[in-house]
Design a protein around this ligand. Structure first.
Ligand SMILES: *Cc1c(COP(=O)(O)O)cnc(C)c1O
Length: 513
């Protein structure tokens, strides 16, 4: 304990973390200069460090918790070098892995601004302009998707969290208010059932597990060859479960599957849900924003019939991580799902006389909340709806062109092209294909090729598996990718492929070596 009297030393207190405005300006300008140089240097950089976890840890060093501090300028210099020399650059024009977009630079500046003001967007009184900007962002996202703009919604950490919000709203609405107090009680409700295609992202398992219905309640509906949900199978499973006394409550349609970008027939799923009185949720984390394109297919535009939608601004709105968004048709359903009135908040009473303010802690799982919406709002204002239509359709056009290039290339087999995802594999032109043995070899070859490609730092794609076939998968959610980047990919992959093939074929294929 400090001695009595030492409190006098705190008059005019300056804490160790404080920075004077002049220091901040100087260090901040240096940082911004480095960031601007970095952005300019991206195309010339290797995509990633190509190092093992142990090598990266060596770079970082294994110092224990510092007893004392380091000056901010030195520290930021060091952190900047660590970031710029040892990261995987998803902002590089040739990054096409997973579904991870390049980030709009304006979002980086927005994040700096948001964290400087540091509003807590859990309560309106703590974030007056921020709460209204978030509400406007949610309305604009709804407009972009063709969803009613008086819907409820909020920004969350990503697609998983946005899907969880939809799942919880469905659970509350269809299983009843008791589910919030008594939990899921199978003896009174029957076994709850959730329906989704076999291609659904793993969030559904996390949701079923964490929110008390268990992963066994998921009905994985088969897909057609195109990887879209088989709707006859869906109907049959729902009817059979109802006959057995179970309680179907939720159908999840996917607008852009994580594997190959398949879009379920959303209008027909919507009609079935209305007929069967089920909640219809759309996972549009990847493909949802493509619904803004004037020529989007009706299966995709049908996402506007959903009871809830999850989209991911950190995917096709190119917002920096993290930004997901959940939309729910009726805002009351969010309040019914999440609202409590603790005694330590008096936000509601404070403004009771006026129109009710939006207190975001009542609309979702978080309490204190950062201002994620700013970077999304800035992007929407910087380029407008037309800017997004152009960037999303350019990504799709480049992906279609990649499909064409691998289709005509003698060393590739093209598989699928949906939205901005193209799948293909390397097949040496002198390999006699068709047997189980060569199929197995091609899987091994493409897997090893992919590892080499990812470590090589020239271009980055990831993989998909269709049936028993291992594929390379390029997903373009990257506004920096230009035609010449796409044109370069086949030769990059082909030269790695022929090197790997030459090194391993005799080991795997005795007959064709
Ligand atoms: C990316 C993705 C998710 C998960 O989103 P995160 O932002 O990674 O949490 C869920 N569903 C689909 C279809 C996705 O593409």
């Amino acid at each position: 304990m400090l001695k009595q009297g030492s409190v006098e030393a705190l008059r005019g207190r300056v804490a160790p973390l404080e920075m004077s405005p002049d220091d901040f300006r100087e260090v901040g300008h240096q940082l911004i200069d480095h960031i601007a140089d970095f952005l300019g240097s991206l195309p010339a950089r290797r995509l990633g460090p190509g190092k093992t976890p142990a090598q990266i840890r060596t770079v970082l060093g294994d110092a224990s918790l510092p007893e004392n501090g380091t000056p901010a300028d030195k520290l930021l210099e060091e952190a900047t070098n660590l970031m710029f020399d040892h990261s995987m650059f998803n902002g590089h024009p040739r990054f096409w892995g997973y579904i991870t977009s390049s980030a709009a630079p304006i979002g980086a500046l927005g994040d700096l601004l948001a964290s400087t003001v540091n509003a807590n967007v859990g309560g309106w009184a703590l974030s007056p302009i921020q709460s209204e900007i978030e509400a406007q962002t949610v309305r604009w996202i709804a407009e972009l998707l063709g969803y009613p703009s008086d819907c409820g919604g909020l920004l969350v950490s990503g697609g998983n969290a946005a899907n969880f919000v939809g799942f919880l709203a469905a659970r509350r609405k269809k299983l009843g208010a008791d589910v919030r107090t008594k939990g899921v009680n199978i003896s009174s409700t029957g076994q709850p059932r959730v329906y989704c295609s076999a291609e659904t992202h793993t969030w559904i398992e996390k949701a079923a597990d964490q929110f008390g219905i268990g992963t066994d309640s998921i009905r994985w509906i088969a897909t057609h060859d195109s990887q879209k949900m088989d709707l006859a199978a869906l109907r049959q499973q729902i009817e059979q479960d109802k006959t057995n006394g179970d309680t179907p409550f939720l159908v999840v349609g996917t607008a852009g599957s994580v594997g190959v970008g398949a879009v379920d027939d959303l209008p027909r799923i919507a009609a079935l849900c209305r007929e069967q009185d089920l909640w219809f949720h759309v996972d549009g984390a990847y493909g949802g924003f493509a619904a803004c394109l004037p020529d989007a297919p009706p299966e995709l535009k049908g996402l506007n019939e959903a009871d809830s939608i999850a989209v991911d601004p950190h995917k096709w709105l190119y917002s920096a991580l993290e930004a997901g968004c959940a939309l729910v048709r009726d805002p009351q359903d969010l309040l019914d799902t999440f609202e409590y009135h603790p005694t330590y908040y008096k936000f509601e009473e404070e403004q009771a006389a006026e129109e009710a303010p939006i207190n975001y802690h009542n609309y979702g799982p978080q309490n204190s909340r950062g201002f994620r919406a700013l970077k999304v709002w800035l992007g929407l204002r910087q380029v407008g709806k037309n800017g997004y239509i152009r960037m999303i359709s350019d990504d799709i056009q480049l992906s279609e062109h990649l499909y064409h290039l691998v289709e005509i290339h003698p060393n590739f087999e093209a598989f699928t092209q949906n939205l901005s995802i193209t799948t293909f594999r390397y097949v040496p032109s002198n390999l006699a294909t068709g047997s189980d043995e060569t199929e197995e070899y091609l899987n091994t070859l493409n897997e090893k090729l992919l590892t080499e490609l990812q470590n090589g730092g020239e271009a980055f794609v990831s993989n998909a598996v269709i049936g028993d076939t291992y594929l390379l998968r390029a997903c373009i959610v990257n506004f920096r990718t230009a035609l010449e980047d796409i044109e370069a990919l086949p030769d990059i992959v082909s030269s790695i492929g022929s090197r790997v093939d030459a090194a391993i074929r005799s080991e795997y294929l005795k007959t064709q070596a």
